[in-house]
Design a protein around this ligand. Structure first.
Ligand code: C2E
Ligand code: MG
Ligand code: MG
Length: 552
């Protein structure tokens, strides 16, 4: 593995993030013989190691630290200490200060709770009997799973195994909307379904809440199960707006010496990376995931502070007619860090979309757009519009309809000037509800634009269901058109069809004169792309606006 370099401030963030996943986190600096951890105030505290690390001695921990440092490799162990069992992960990291770079170790420790590894022994000795079954579903519970999965893998040691952790998407909503009784029914039905896919010698459990785990033969691992399961589940709830879906995190057991709980941790870690995503239902753990999760968590921690500190900015990219006249612009978010580094949305939007933070970001940029439109009133820019992006998650987490209406009232702007861009991904979740909302916004007087048309697969069904005003042809489609006569024909047909549906067409991602001419030939008269201008700050947009050929 490549060992990452971090400054002290970064190590502090990493440690505070990791404390969410682990019970005890520290960084060990063997050269200084120090151990750093984060106190309750979020500050670093230093402890001195009893015995010098490089001396090794009898202490396994010192030896592990030394080995992780020297080999630059991760080390994992399970240790018994004071009657408790701990899972220990040591990751080498390079600590960079102004004067030196020192190889250190990030140590993450989890106390493995609720697992009695001497269960059989204890029962023989007559200690209190534990329940290993979940009364609601009849499946194994947390304790039962760890015991049975270990037993099964040990008994069939010549077989290969997979651990999958499943959870039900938006399960909280089931309880909130349909009541706990229905919630229990859903839990039982999902349990039965998962169990029905397991062979008799495989282990199936409900660990807690809506979290299930299975330990199955690798040869029986079928990643289409999750899709077929999603087809079997909708009937449980009698509502066209709500479908029960499950997501899964997979750990293919490559290291049998790991405790089952550590295997479950890995599967859960994988699952956490797709939680809330409507597109991805199953994900496999891989060793780089830990780093990815850390990076994502850092974005989440940084986000709120950055929003308050004014690091987010609305950039505008002009939308230009075939005569070169600027008619309006698309609002695109940019994160400009204090260092001056500009972070593009591709690096943080996905992460924010997996949490409800995306709504904070979108509310901010919509308000910026509305403010800007208000500031243009009575000026030569009064005729311009701004299109804003709406994430499908916004519809899920907030009341977009009320927010938009309040916004245009607050800034006293014409609804036609604040255009709303949606993508077909709104169909992925609660399709009917979201379609109804979008149509309501349209009927209220907002212009609806279908963004990224041609990028996905179900764009046509969106056209059927939504009264959109504008179709934005995706840049990928444009590029394909350059290479294929067939794509060109399709594009021509799409433009004709939009015409018949009284929709305007905007081509995105126009980079060359050749592309522009081709699209004009096919009947498109509005464009957005680097050929005309890249996204720019409001100040620059206002300054360059006249050069960009605005209509006067
Ligand atoms: P989008 O809405 O389709 O925006 C167009 C993207 O294409 C922008 O990328 C823009 O910089 C890029 N682009 C424009 N012209 C060209 C061109 O000629 N060539 C190439 N290669 N690219 C071009 P950006 O700003 O990185 O945004 C990416 C996506 O992130 C956007 O795609 C949109 O889906 C999303 N996004 C951006 N800002 C926001 C926001 O404030 N809220 C939400 N929810 N999503 C946003
Ligand atoms: Mg857009
Ligand atoms: Mg687009």
């Amino acid at each position: 593995m490549t060992v990452k370099k971090h400054m002290l401030s970064e190590l502090t963030i990493i440690m505070s993030q990791m404390t969410e996943l682990y019970d005890y986190v520290s960084v060990i600096n063997p050269d200084r013989n120090e151990e750093w951890h984060i106190n309750d105030n979020g500050e670093i505290e230093t402890e001195i190691f009893g015995c010098h690390i490089w001396d090794g001695g009898e202490d396994n921990r010192n030896m592990d630290v030394a080995a992780a440092c020297v080999k630059g490799k991760r080390i994992e162990r399970v240790k018994e200490y004071d009657g408790n069992t701990y899972h220990i992960l040591m990751v080498p990291v390079d600590y960079v200060s102004d004067t030196e770079t020192v190889r250190c170790v990030l140590e993450c420790v989890t106390r493995i709770e609720g697992v009695d590894y001497n269960a059989e022994e204890n029962t023989k000795r007559g200690s209190a009997k534990r329940s290993i079954k979940d009364p609601l579903t009849g499946l194994y519970n947390w304790d039962g799973f760890f015991e049975k999965a270990r037993e099964t893998m040990d008994e069939q040691w010549d077989k290969e195994w997979v651990i999958i952790v499943y959870d039900i998407m938006s399960f909280k909503l089931v309880n909130d909307l349909f009541g706990e009784e229905k919630g229990d029914e859903v839990l039982k039905a999902v349990g039965n379904l998962i169990k029905s896919k397991c062979a008799p010698d495989e282990v199936c459990a409900r660990l807690r809440g809506d979290l299930y785990a299975v330990c199955i033969h690798k040869e029986n691992f079928d990643n289409s199960f999750i899709i077929s399961a999603s087809k079997e589940l909708p009937g449980i709830i009698d509502s066209p707006q709500f479908h029960v879906h499950i997501q899964g995190g997979v750990y293919i057991v490559t290291d049998r010496s790991l405790m089952v709980s550590a295997m479950v941790d890995r599967a859960q870690l994988a699952l956490s990376t797709i939680k809330g995503s409507s597109e991805q239902r199953l994900v496999e753990f891989d060793e780089n995931l830990m780093e990815k999760v850390l990076k994502e968590q850092q974005i989440i921690t940084d986000f709120r502070r950055a929003l308050v500190d004014g690091e987010f900015h609305m950039f505008l990219q002009p939308q230009v007619s075939h005569r070169g006249v600027v008619k309006g612009a698309e609002a695109l978010i940019r994160w400009i860090r204090k260092s001056g580094e500009i972070v593009a949305p591709g690096e943080f939007l996905d992460v924010l979309e997996r949490t409800d933070l995306i709504t904070d970001l979108d509310k901010f940029i919509w308000e910026e757009a509305a403010k800007t439109l208000a500031s243009w009133k009575g000026t030569d820019k009064e005729g311009l519009y701004i299109s804003v992006n709406i994430s499908p998650k916004d519809f899920f987490y907030m009341d977009v309809y009320t927010f938009m209406n309040d916004l245009v009232k607050k800034y006293d702007i014409n609804k036609k000037k604040l255009k709303l861009e949606i993508t077909e991904t709104i169909l992925m979740q609660d399709a009917l509800k979201q379609l109804a909302l979008v149509n309501k916004l349209h009927d209220e007087g907002f212009d609806i634009e279908i963004d990224d048309f041609g990028k996905g697969y179900s764009s046509l069904s969106l056209l059927k269901d939504i009264n959109a005003d504008v179709l934005k042809i995706d840049k990928d489609f444009l590029q394909e058109t350059e290479n294929s006569k067939r794509s060109e024909d399709i594009l021509g047909t799409v433009i004709d069809m939009s015409d018949r549906l009284s929709m305007r067409v905007i081509t995105e991602g126009v980079e060359t004169k050749k592309q522009l001419d081709k699209m004009i030939e096919l009947g498109c008269y509005m464009f957005q792309g680097f050929y005309f201008a890249r996204p720019m700050s409001i100040v620059e947009f206002e300054r360059r606006w006249s050069d960009l050929g605005a209509e006067v």
